[in-house]
Design a protein around this ligand. Structure first.
Ligand SMILES: Cc1cc2nc3c(=O)[nH]c(=O)nc-3n(C[C@H](O)[C@H](O)[C@H](O)COP(=O)(O)OP(=O)(O)OC[C@H]3O[C@@H](n4cnc5c(N)ncnc54)[C@H](O)[C@@H]3O)c2cc1C
Length: 392
């Protein structure tokens, strides 16, 4: 498993300190107040996190997928909302890095790495989420520009971001429908409006918005990759990394819930001894720790495969599915262990419990995840022999 270099260890340890000293003390209050973390985002910029996986030649830190996953896990131990600020931004940067033209990389990546341009991904529409090919937002060519009309919803960074990868149909008649999809880099301006901020169960403090495009004009030079009809493939490459990130977020939340439970089980007494001495509590702790460890290893396994330059759709799907499901179970058990206090806003457990379900939805719901896993299994293992990476 992941042998980190000194530099990688140093980066993860810096983020752990940042989370302990600056995030944990304020996270619950800010989340309850639904307060946007302006100062923490500025600190994240100073730490280079807005450019974490942007290549060094464009001013980013150029981190590998394993290190990035470890950073996300640490951030989410403190406050999951913070990871939304960089995840959506960096998935967009990743799409531009992998699929963009040289001119697009030079125009957008350095400013994104500095956090001046703040990104997000606009796929979901009021009538199309999992079924991406059913989107209705249209982009029609007009000279050197395209005119975009449509509506996007549940968009992370919708209010505080300014530069988005907007998924459109440039050819609504092509079959199969996904071949008519193209993605544009859209900067806020006339015709691009935030319609509303969407209230949520958890993941508070971070903007999730409905956006409208009304005859919004975007330069043709902002068509990612410069070629129409490639958007679906760009989304799939972005989601592969996005799923590793969501899995890492889930592990971070689950770890925080586990750690809180371990501490509480040693402090709280019932029937004359710490509750951690009661076997019922021990059994829960044992299950929780095993689940967290297994989820963490799945994330690292998928990230390592990605680091080797291979597609990791199967492993990323498995990591996302497992980590998000155990995240909710661990958060629930942590609440049980905390008794009535776990249900109050005096302790962070209720926040973990509210943040956990989003992990089952983001970057493709878990039902879709199972379809992805099954499709990869059936195509990668036609003989039925399921050979592990190690060859054993
Ligand atoms: C807080 C938050 C932030 C988000 N941020 C973003 C963002 O930044 N950008 C963005 O584009 N989107 C974002 N989303 C949207 C998210 O990606 C979608 O909600 C998700 O993809 C599911 O789409 P949907 O909500 O339309 O559900 P639907 O697609 O309508 O699904 C409804 C149910 O049907 C199931 N289902 C659908 N199809 C199948 C099938 N073929 N087989 C079996 N079951 C199926 C689903 O699993 C789900 O259970 C965000 C969502 C939330 C809650």
């Amino acid at each position: 498993m992941a042998q980190l270099t000194e530099t990688q260890r140093g980066i993860v340890s810096t983020i752990r300190d940042f989370v302990k000293d600056e995030v944990m003390p304020v996270a619950s209050q800010m989340e309850h107040d639904n307060e946007y973390p302006f100062a923490l985002v500025e600190r994240m910029k100073e730490l280079g996190l807005l450019g974490a996986i942007i290549p060094e030649e464009y001013g980013g830190l150029g981190l590998d997928t394993v290190t990035y996953a470890l950073i996300i896990e640490e951030l989410c131990r403190g406050w999951m909302s913070l990871s939304g600020v960089i995840n959506a931004h960096l998935i967009m940067a990743y799409m531009v890095t992998v699929n963009g033209t040289q001119e697009q990389k030079e125009r957008f990546l350095p400013a994104m790495a500095r956090g001046e341009k703040r990104g997000g991904i606009c796929i979901t529409e009021p009538n199309a989420g999992s079924d991406v090919a059913a989107i209705q937002t249209r982009a029609v060519r007009d000279g050197d520009e395209y005119i975009i009309n449509g509506s996007k919803t549940l968009i992370t960074n919708g209010r505080h971001g300014n530069t988005f990868a907007v998924v459109t149909k440039t050819d609504p008649t092509t079959q199969p429908a996904h071949r008519g999809i193209s993605i544009f880099i859209a900067e806020k301006g006339p015709g691009f409006e935030v319609i509303r901020d969407i209230p949520k169960l958890g993941y508070k403090g971070i903007d999730t918005c409905q956006l409208a495009f009304d005859n919004y004009r975007v330069p043709a030079a902002n068509l990612i990759g410069g070629e129409e009809g490639k958007g679906f493939y760009h989304i799939m490459s972005g989601l592969e990394v996005g799923r590793i990130n969501v899995a890492a977020r889930a592990v971070g939340i689950a770890r925080a819930a586990l750690e809180a439970a371990i501490r509480y089980a040693q402090q709280r007494e019932a029937f004359g001894r710490p509750i951690g001495q009661h076997q019922a509590i021990q059994l829960m702790l044992a299950d929780m720790a095993t689940q967290v460890e297994a989820a963490h290893l799945l994330v690292i396994h998928a990230a390592e495969k990605k680091n080797r330059g291979e597609r990791a759709d199967l492993e990323a799907g498995m990591a996302k599915l497992f980590a998000s499901e155990i995240c909710l179970q661990v958060a629930t058990n942590s609440m049980r262990i905390h008794g009535g206090y776990g249900y109050t806003q005096d302790l962070p457990v209720e926040r973990h419990f509210r943040d956990a379900p989003l992990m089952m939805i983001g970057e493709g719901t878990n039902e879709i995840q199972k379809l992805v896993i099954a499709r990869n299994l059936l195509s990668n293992y036609p003989s039925g022999d399921f050979i592990y990476e190690s060859g054993l």
